[in-house]
Each structure stands twice: as structure tokens, then as C-alpha cells.
Ligand binder design. Sequence first.
Ligand code: TTP
Ligand code: MG
Length: 356
Amino acid sequence: MSERRIIHIDMDYFYAQVEMRDQPKLKGKPVIVGGKASGRGVVSTASYEARKYGVHSAMPMAQAHKLCPDGYYITPHFDKYKEASEKIMNIFRGYTEIVEPLSLDEAYLDITHLVRPDLPASRIAQYIREEIFQTTQLTASAGVSYNKFLAKLASGMNKPNNLTVINYHNAHDILMNLDIGEFRGVGSATKKKMNDNGIYTGQDLYNKSERELIHLFGKRGHGLYNKARGIDDSPVKSTRVRKSVGTERTFATDVNSDEEILHKIHELSDKTAERLARIQKSGKTVTVKIKTFKFETFSKQKSLRDPIRNETDIYNIAYSLYTDLKDPEVPIRLVGVTVGNLERSTYENMSIYDFI
Ligand code: TTP
Ligand code: MG
């Protein structure tokens, strides 16, 4: 398999972080999100402050209460987590089409095609983390490497709010020192069997022959042998084809000035063009959305004969849609520009972003 660049992104203490964002008095406090302590509720997750008390995911709530009696206990708000999740997945898809979500808060991204000598994978990962924070006010950790196994390992190494790179220089040392339980696919039963056979670390695993591992673990033996060597050829499996690319912004205060709103639409058209260029797509529909100060949403769409992707074309159409849509009396709080009905770009409709 040729050289790849993979990012694994995982939000930090996800449910708890969302709750702490929305209730600032919880900042820096031990926060535990989960079911009720009565009955059989378990911990969904805990803030890092609560983890210091030994509280962790899947622990019975009653036990968490014993370990951390002064913690702040919150029942989950799944709609909020879902909303944040959609936002981050949307950000990922603005960078690459090859996104494999693993859960609400976690995904693999194959960004091989985006990397350039002046734009290393780690910088792209940093941009993604920044965009997540700007959009959701939540922090994420990222791991960057040349395969999925190592990217995921990396993202967990310096949590929370960090970026970790595993490359050909440091991979071997990291793997040799790794507890055997940290290898992907090694659950508690396998871990016990490993320990029974004298395997406690990556180094111990590395020292076993492939034949021995196949003898002990059957079909999985080959994969384990490779993991100890940092080899993992599994592809990032994207789960859906992207149908549109859009960007939206909420104003700090409700706005009624056409000049200001059109300025924003110009920026959003630029941003959308940039995203289209990254994924090498053009689209045949442009949609402008506005949300009024009363939270009513209106949108208007135009379908085109030929696909477009450059910032000027997008802006021109968005401009006319906006003038049709906007009521001069009504201040707005949010504006969005989306290009849909996507297809692969041809040279003629490329934008300046293709040449920088
Ligand atoms: P994780 O990413 O495993 O954990 P986390 O984001 O809370 O913390 P971190 O990544 O910083 O270690 O899981 C994501 C969310 O999934 C988590 O916030 C809550 C939910 N979850 C459960 O409901 N039950 C579980 O057993 C686990 C592991 C997670
Ligand atoms: Mg997480």
C-alpha cells in the first residue's frame, strides 16, 4: 500500500464537555454524565477532574457517587451531543470525503491527497481542531500517522486538547513501550491470554514469531504480528457520499444592514469555494439560508445548468438569492451559503484555491 496520511479525531470528555460549555459554573469541576444512581444507571463519561477520583465510563453510577460524592451529576442531553456531532462531522467533510465516523465524537480521516510539502498532515489536523473549537467551543484531540491503528493510538496519548504525531521515527519506541491492553482489538479476555503467555508489552509481542501468534490467537495472529510492527493496511471507509458543501455564521448581534450581511455572504462564498476545491467538486445548486432574530429560518435555492465552484460565481448567485429573500424590516442572526448537487470538477470551473 502506498504512503498514506491518516488523522484520528476524538472529542475530549465529550458529553461532559458539552454540559460544561453550556453551564459555565461547571468549569474545572468534577462532572459526571450518566443514568440515575437509583436502578442500574451507569456513567456515560466524566470530566478529567472527576477521572482523578477513579470515575470512568461504564462504571455503575452508585459507585461513582461513592468515589466522588461532591461531583456534579448530570443526566444526558443527547440532542445536544447529536448537534455537536453533526457539526464536527461536517467540518471533517469540508477537508476530505474519506471520513469514517466511529461514534458521535470520533472519526478517521484520510487526508493523503491534501498534504503538500508546505502543508504537513499535522498542520491540517491543527486547522481541524481550531475549526472545531471555533464552531462548537469544544476541544478535540487528534492523532496523525500513516495508518489507522497508529493515528488512533496517537490521539489518545496526550488527551485532552492535544495533537500527537506518530511517524516512522518514533513509532517503534512507542509500540515497544505500550501496554498490551492498549493494542486495538485486545480486550480483557485477550489481554489475559497474552499475560498468561508472558506478553505484557509491545516489545513482548514483537518478540513472538508470527507462527507462535497464529498458534495462540488463530486468524488474528497475523494482525497482531503486524500491529507490533506498526503495520495496518485497513482503509478509511467513508460511509456516505457528500451531497453539499455549506458554511454558515451566526452574528454576534442581530444585523439588519445589507452591507454587513453581504460582506458576510462574500466571506461564506469564499469559504465554500475553498472547501469545494479541497474535495475537487463543483455543484449545480446554490442555497442561501437566513435565520431571523425570532429564530425563523428561510432559504432560497437556485439550480444551474452548469456546475460552479469558484467564489465569484457562488457569490453572484448568493447575492441575488439574498436580495429575494431578505425582508428589509427584519434583523437576522444567521446567514448560510451552500452549494449542492455536487459532481467532480473539471479544469474549466476550478477556482483560485486550486492554484495556491
Ligand atoms: P469516548 O470518546 O470514549 O470518551 P470521552 O469523549 O467522554 O472522553 P475522552 O475521549 O476524552 O477520553 O466516548 C465518547 C462519548 O460516548 C462519551 O462522552 C459518552 C459516550 N460513552 C458512553 O455513553 N458510554 C461509554 O461506555 C463510553 C466509553 C462512551
Ligand atoms: Mg472522546
